[in-house]
Design a protein around this ligand. Structure first.
Ligand code: ZN
Length: 492
């Protein structure tokens, strides 16, 4: 056995244990008996201790130093790069700090939930301050004199920088604000969906949607959970969705979104299973898959034409009289408070707000005590309405309570990547809409699998998109797509 063989055997077991940890998390959200929470917490903590010890095991450093790199394939070089980065990251943070962060964030999540229920930001602020202080300390350990925010961002989108995102997002914001103002002032507004839709029938149609978007039920399953998510990789990639009688679109589009994430994992080459290359390469690239499935494909006029007929078959007549009106209803734009419920035009404005605020917080230029007023001021400027209560504003997302700083921008980066991929895919598949109108996504999902999904972590995130599109990612295609789609849809 060579050093590289030993390293690969060691990594394979670590990754397999990580998959088990992830499956316990899935179980907790779907199947676990309510009374099992305390024991489950201990089980997961015990597994986490084993994982942390393996990820920081000095043997990894010895192997990395001993393995000769000349003559290695691109995949093997990328493999070593992933291991090196993860090992360096895990060993840079002192164990005491990692433990303090884990402890504080698990407590903070509960305090956040209570403060949110009580509409009381001040009750959360002291805890959030502690989380911010610990994350800044961690960022300082990781950055070694570099930018603190970039160090955190690197966990979710390797290679991205705050300055680069600031330039990209700075170009998005004015055009999105102008577009939303134009659409909301249009005389002919789309109607909202009304009526009640049987939840079992929603689940039947959502299974059909998952299949049509290429989700493989042989290596996956679809269950209900409070919040839709996808988990796992390789041969076991599971998704969840939810139903509400008044809002079948939430069920259908949450499902298609999670199918996008899951198909990315299922589409990765078998040769990379249980290796560092066997997972989606970054949060941004992951979100590009969920978003292009959900929006550019699922909310396009061609596919909604098929969905309209499928809904009539499942539910009978439901008050929308033609496919064009249905398309307009699916894509109705409104300035709501909640990010996760936002339409395609408003969604990125929600993310840009969070990016600017959290970057200032991590830089020390904004104090937690001033966060709520900064949020409300920015929301009024971009959305034209005042925040009415904290659960509709600064307390709506769980992310900051669990220490996720640097995560939010990957949502918009995913949309930007999806815009680029859509442009390249449409150029390669000129008759795509004719297939989507039949409910057939195989050409589109096949193109994404071939050009992006199968490669997993072979390349950096930016290289992954550039390889698939033939050009470097930029915000232009997303803005062009949004302006063209919604101007036509609203007749302005
Ligand atoms: Zn997602």
């Amino acid at each position: 056995m060579s050093d590289f063989d030993d390293l690969k055997a060691f990594q394979r077991d670590t990754i397999a244990l990580g998959e088990i940890s992830g499956r316990l998390g899935w179980d907790q959200e779907t199947m676990m008996p309510r009374g099992a929470a305390a024991q489950r917490g201990e089980e997961m903590a015990a597994l986490e201790t084993v994982l942390h010890a393996r990820r920081t095991d000095p043997k990894i450093g010895d192997w990395l130093a001993a393995i000769p790199t000349e003559g290695l394939s691109q995949a093997d070089l990328s493999y070593l790069d992933h291991v090196q980065k993860s090992y360096t990251r895990n060993t840079k943070v002192p164990a005491a700090l990692a433990a303090a962060l884990a402890r504080e964030t698990s407590v903070a999540q509960g305090i956040w939930a209570e403060a949110r229920a009580n509409e009381d930001f001040d009750a959360f602020a002291p805890t959030l301050t502690k989380v911010v202080d610990l994350r800044r300390e961690e960022a300082a350990a990781l950055a070694e004199g570099g930018d603190l925010y970039d160090a955190l961002l690197n966990d979710y989108e390797p290679g991205a920088t705050g300055a680069e995102l600031e330039a990209m997002f700075g170009a998005l914001r004015p055009r999105l604000v102008a577009l939303r103002e134009k659409l909301l002032a249009a005389p002919d507004q789309p109607a909202a969906l009304s009526g009640s839709f049987d939840e079992d029938k929603q689940m039947a149609l959502t299974h059909e949607l998952a299949k049509r978007f290429g989700y493989d039920f042989n290596t996956g399953r679809l269950d209900k959970a409070v919040h839709p998510f996808s988990s796992g990789s390789g041969q076991d990639v599971r998704i969840t969705t939810r139903t509400a009688a008044q809002d079948p679109f939430n069920c259908f589009y949450s499902t298609i979104h999670e199918v996008g994430h899951a198909c990315y994992e299922q589409g990765i080459s078998d040769a990379y299973h249980l290796t560092p290359l066997g997972r989606g390469v970054s949060m941004g690239v992951h979100e590009s898959q969920s978003r292009i499935y959900e929006n550019q494909l699922g909310r396009g006029e061609a596919f909604t034409g098929w969905l309209y007929e499928a809904m009539k078959t499942e539910f009978g007549e439901f008050g929308v009289t033609n496919a064009r009106d249905f398309y307009r209803t699916v894509n109705r734009v409104g300035s709501g408070y909640i990010r996760t419920e936002a339409d395609e035009v408003h969604y990125n404005l929600h993310v840009l707000l969070r990016f600017d605020l959290e970057r200032k917080i991590i830089a020390g230029d904004l104090q937690v005590a001033d966060l709520q007023s900064a949020w409300n001021e920015r929301f009024k400027a971009d959305f034209g309405v005042a925040v009415d209560r904290p659960s509709n504003g600064v307390l709506q997302d769980v992310h900051w309570s669990v220490g996720l700083f640097g995560y939010f921008p990957t949502y918009t980066l995913g949309n930007v990547y999806a815009g680029c991929l859509n442009k390249a895919m449409r150029a390669a598949l000129p008759d795509l809409d004719a297939q989507l109108a039949q409910g057939d996504t195989t050409a589109a999902t096949g193109w994404l699998r071939e050009n992006l999904q199968q490669h997993g972590g072979l390349r950096t995130p930016k290289e992954t998109i550039t390889h698939a599109c033939g050009f470097e990612p930029n915000e232009g295609p997303l803005l062009d797509y949004l302006e063209a789609k919604f101007s036509a849809l609203y007749g302005v």
